[in-house]
Design a protein around this ligand. Structure first.
Ligand code: SER
Length: 318
């Protein structure tokens, strides 16, 4: 019997992953927590609580009281926001992970943890195309530095204490249920909202900025697949490359135009352009495919269709 704690259940990943986990492990066994209120469907279908992962004492009490066996720690300050308050972002991203790792070492019942890393661990000196699993990692953002340090801590705890911390380097994640906040890849979410709302979008990246992206359903399935894989299959003790698909703002705008013919896009690159320029354009995720069977189902065409429908439905309900 697994009891699962999701930290950051109100966020872009957490709000969808929690529901998927409840379908597998049973509603009562998946505890949704965040520092803010979780979405109504999560409140209605199972246990939820306000919990701050930075409060290590409350965290450990919560884990023991609810006999937690697996933790998904999804709370983080994303790349764009982190550049505005670098030291605070570093503190939040690192200390929250260290709280979880230390707790996992101490509380025996907790036998598996998921923590997301990012393509942000790569930097300007990394090969940009088909970026390998093992390559140069010299990130130039505070978010990337915190994710890279986090990966090293995960590997350290896995090896030194024989723990089972698993991780994915997510590409940009695209979804309509909960909007992302403060990331560089967020343009690929915002563009759908503005396309439906205003038939135009001002993009903060240049038209030819290619980045690796993934639709949320693929990301959730990948995460669960990784977490359910036998431990002996997990050869990467830090974090797995996961690439999904790659596209530029112009390519996604062209795809949207097939559905909304008078959609217009304007380009006004801001401080996030150099962040995007420092990241890979496409990712080699063959190790994840081989170790635990990573699959990507959504291409740019399907993703565009599902996003436009999803955003339209969301506006109808409001
Ligand atoms: N999507 C994230 C960001 O843009 C990258 O992990 O910050």
């Amino acid at each position: 019997m697994e009891n699962i704690l999701v930290i950051g259940a109100a966020g872009q990943i957490g709000s969808e992953l929690t529901i998927a986990l409840r379908k597998i492990y049973g509603n009562e066994h998946v505890f949704a927590t965040d520092i803010k209120d979780v979405p109504q469907d999560i409140k209605d279908t199972g246990p939820s609580a306000i919990l701050d992962v930075m409060d290590d004492k409350r965290l450990i009490h919560f884990v023991i009281r609810h006999k937690i066996t697996q933790i998904y720690h999804l709370a983080a300050v994303l790349s764009g926001n982190a550049e505005k308050l670098p030291l605070q972002a570093w503190h939040i991203n690192m200390q929250s992970l260290l709280n979880i790792l230390d707790l996992t070492k101490v509380v025996e019942d907790v036998h598996r943890v998921f923590w997301p890393s990012s393509i942000a661990v790569f930097g300007p000196t990394t090969p940009k195309q088909n970026t390998p699993q093992l390559t140069i990692t010299e990130p130039s953002t505070v978010y990337g530095i915190s994710k890279l340090a986090g990966e090293r801590w995960c590997e350290y705890f896995n090896t030194r204490y024989n723990l089972d911390i698993r991780s994915i380097r997510y590409p940009g994640l695209i979804s309509y249920k909960t909007e992302a906040g403060g990331g560089t890849t967020d343009y690929a979410v915002e563009i759908f909202y503005d396309a439906v709302r205003k038939k135009q979008y001002e993009c903060f990246l240049k038209e030819d900025t290619a980045l690796p992206m993934m639709f949320m359903q693929d990301a959730v399935e990948a995460t669960i697949k990784l977490m359910q894989a036998p431990k002996e299959n997990i050869s990467v003790k830090s974090s797995y490359n996961v690439g999904g698909i790659s596209f530029t703002p112009k390519q996604i705008a062209d795809e949207i135009k097939k559905h909304i013919s008078d959609f217009e896009i304007f380009y006004k690159p801001d401080f996030r352009q150099p962040i995007a320029d420092s990241w890979p354009q496409s990712i080699d995720d063959s190790v994840a495919q081989k170790d635990w069977g990573l699959e990507t189902k959504f291409d740019i065409k399907e993703l565009t269709q599902v996003m436009l429908n999803g955003v339209r439905e969301k506006f109808k309900k409001q």
